[in-house]
Write a protein that binds this ligand. Structure first.
Ligand SMILES: Cc1ncc(COP(=O)(O)O)c(C=O)c1O
Length: 384
């Protein structure tokens, strides 16, 4: 069985969060980070096998699940982890919240670089912490970290850095030079690093390599909480299976204590899907990357040629393009583009009002239609 990446699965009426938003409307959903491709065949087979057994009791991770994660980290990142470092979670949003609860005193602060995946900005506040937002800056034609601004923002009460790398939504894979400076800053300011690397297996630019934060040095590993999941890469977010890797025993215990009674167990389908994706998903991932790279080219070329003032910059990872609609002077850019039949994510919860995020994880014909509609909306806004 091969996945046909040119076929659009019919997701209407399936309870898909992405598609239900525009139920019965002619609006193409290109918002939430969930792709319109079927999942890897080995995942589908593994779920069928679980289903055929008919046993759906409470489930704990088996050594096969743990070994799949350990082997994957070694194979892909030459990162040697121990099975006991893994804390399974039903999602990384709960993990971001658990970390905010686990570490530091009330009213201490979390520093993060904006724009960023919205739960980075909400989780600290939900757990009684403050957020210190430091905007990423554009340097030439790439987004980068402004460490001078970070140094100006950091205070004695800053306890953690929430780092997103590869970065959602700007699509950067931070390079060794940027990371070296950033990690130096974290050591200097005694910050824990909550490193969300969920997009690490979606690298578009073949010249880039993902650097696992905790694999940087023993010093950095000792202050890092790594968040990962097969959900984005293998398109299984609805299976609710993620994991957090913490090598420091004390930090791990604090994290586990903070989640007690709050976090549900992962279900049997989640473990089975995760294991199959990590162990047998590579061929599918390579085919996916080929499709996403072609889609990215189309998106980038279209914006550069037809809509240059939306300021799309080259991307290195993810299937999420970040666009500046401010030059269009619209009071509600999302609503404007919905009128032209395309549903995008609003930049406001990412900390950047007036910006938009476009999900291009879909078959190319669907993407072309989306881009045509976007262009129609753009031209209308500019009265051309
Ligand atoms: C950076 C980042 N972290 C976490 C998540 C959500 O992860 P989960 O579905 O495991 O809660 C997303 C989803 O888009 C994301 O982009």
């Amino acid at each position: 069985m091969q996945t046909d990446f040119s076929r659009l699965p019919d997701r209407r009426g399936t309870g898909s969060l992405k598609w239900e938003k525009y139920r019965d409307k002619d609006i193409l959903p290109m918002w939430v980070a969930d792709m319109d491709f079927t999942s890897p065949p080995p995942v589908i087979e593994a779920l069928k096998e679980v289903s055929s057994r008919g046993l759906f009791g409470y489930t704990v991770p088996t050594s096969l699940d743990t070994e799949a994660v350990v082997a994957y980290m070694s194979r892909r990142y030459q990162w040697q982890i121990q099975p006991e470092w893994i804390v399974w979670m039903p999602g990384l949003v709960p993990a971001l919240n658990t970390a905010a609860r686990a570490y530091g005193a009330d009213d201490e602060a979390v520093l993060t670089f904006t724009p960023v995946y919205p739960p980075f900005l909400t989780a600290p506040g939900f757990q009684g912490k403050r957020v210190q937002k430091v905007p990423l800056v554009i340097d030439g034609n790439r987004w980068t970290i402004d460490l001078e601004a970070a140094a100006a923002a950091v205070t004695k009460s800053t306890r953690m850095l929430y780092l997103c790398n590869p970065h959602n939504p700007v699509g950067r894979v931070f390079d060794r030079q940027e990371l070296s400076a950033l990690y130096g800053f974290c050591l200097q300011n005694n910050l824990l690093i909550i490193s969300d690397e969920i997009h690490c297996d979606l690298i578009l630019d073949e010249n880039c390599q993902h650097q696992v934060t905790a694999a940087w040095s023993p010093e950095i590993a000792a202050r890092t909480i790594t968040l990962m999941a097969p959900s984005k890469t293998y398109n299984i977010p609805g299976l609710s299976c993620s994991f957090v890797i913490i090598s420091d025993a004390q930090l791990r215990q604090q994290f586990q204590r903070a989640s007690r009674g709050m976090i549900t167990e992962i279900n049997i389908f989640g473990y089975a899907g995760c294991r199959a994706a990590l162990n047998e998903g590579e061929e599918w991932r390579q085919a996916l990357l080929q499709t996403l790279r072609e889609n990215y080219r189309l998106v980038y070329d279209t914006f550069c040629r037809e809509m240059p003032d939306l300021g799309m910059l080259p991307m290195e990872a993810t299937y999420l393009a970040w666009l500046n609609a401010n030059p269009l002077g619209l009071s509600n850019p999302v609503a404007h583009f919905e009128e032209f039949g395309i549903g995008l994510s609003d930049g406001t919860p990412f900390g950047f009002p007036g910006w938009l995020r476009l999900n291009f994880g879909c078959p190319s014909h669907q993407l072309r239609l989306g881009l045509e509609r976007l262009l129609a909306g753009y031209r209308a806004a500019k009265s051309i």
